[in-house]
Design a protein around this ligand. Structure first.
Ligand code: NAP
Length: 266
């Protein structure tokens, strides 16, 4: 469906979860993919797994919350080929009640999710601007638009990503660069495997998600391929929510839903 055969895509946090699947789908579409991740072992494994055939993929170990590391890494990635698309996907989500959030947790979350995204956007834009072309796609979250308990630091960081993205969109559009933000709901990935049991996930979906299940990485990656494509050249500064309907409105009370759809198939 998409053809990325002449494009170089940089994905941060690409060693696992959603980033890994985005990488896989861009590779299938013929793209050259560079992954940046701090988890060296997972990064090596992902590059090995996805490099089957003649896929062009390379891993770079870096911590995006370190601005100097970001500058050095982006220089190396650019030496492979000019970056056409950057996907700021790396993020962390330590869960703590508002009253338990210590200064370190607050700072780390903001450093990775918001400052790290800013560092990468700026470093890549420096190369994109003289070429007058480029696409920036920033991973926010449903939590960037709507508060979730236990996530004050995460919610604040992801809300920041949305406004950062919109500002880039209005400032750099005249230089041929588009920027958009993507806001997934609950997606099953290594970020939450260890924290949430399957029973919890099932109950969560039944309680909050109109589609009544959580999302899969395969359902998030395609929007990145679309937004970076020639079909999306007039889409700029927008925020896309992929959450099974969670933010559309209150999930109907099952008793009322059943009363209105008594013969609905189970
Ligand atoms: P994941 O499975 O934990 O993968 C994220 C990858 O990014 C990991 O390899 C992680 O390494 C890496 N990373 C974290 N901090 C980094 C840093 N400072 N520098 C470089 N790499 C770093 O996460 P995911 O669930 O796929 O989430 C990906 C993105 O989507 C995140 O921004 C997340 O906030 C967002 N998101 C996720 C969900 C969801 O339900 N999963 C929903 C909405 C939004 P470590 O393992 O060492 O941390």
């Amino acid at each position: 469906m998409f053809n990325y055969s002449d494009k170089h895509i940089l994905i941060t946090g690409g060693a696992k979860g959603i980033g890994r699947e985005i990488a896989r789908q861009f590779l299938v579409a013929g793209g050259q993919v560079s992954l940046v991740d701090r988890d060296e072992a997972a990064l090596q494994q992902t590059v090995l797994d996805l490099a089957q055939g003649d896929q062009q993929i390379k891993g770079f170990v870096a911590d995006i919350s370190d601005q100097q590391e970001v500058e050095d890494t982006i220089r190396q990635v650019e030496q492979q080929a000019p970056i056409d698309v950057v996907i700021n996907n790396a993020g962390i989500c330590p869960i703590k009640s508002f009253m338990e959030i210590d200064a370190d947790t607050w700072q780390q979350t903001l450093d990775v999710n918001l400052s790290g995204t800013f560092y990468v956007c700026q470093a890549v834009a420096r190369y994109m601007i003289p070429r007058k072309r480029g696409v920036i796609l920033n991973m926010s979250s449903k939590n960037g638009l709507d508060a979730e308990l236990g996530h004050a630091h995460y919610n604040a960081s992801k809300a920041g990503v949305i406004l950062l993205t919109k500002t880039i969109a209005i400032e750099l559009a005249h230089l041929g660069i588009r920027a958009n933000a993507i806001c997934p709901g609950y997606i099953r990935t290594p970020l939450n495997y260890e924290v949430d049991s399957p029973e919890f996930v099932q109950q969560f979906a039944e309680r909050y998600v109109p589609i009544e299940r959580v999302g899969k990485v395969q359902e998030i990656a395609p929007i990145f391929l679309f937004l970076a494509s020639e079909g999306a050249t007039y889409i700029n500064g927008q925020t896309f929510v992929l959450d099974g309907g969670q933010l559309a409105g209150q999930k109907p009370w099952p008793t009322l839903l059943k009363a209105m759809y008594p013969s609905a198939p189970k």
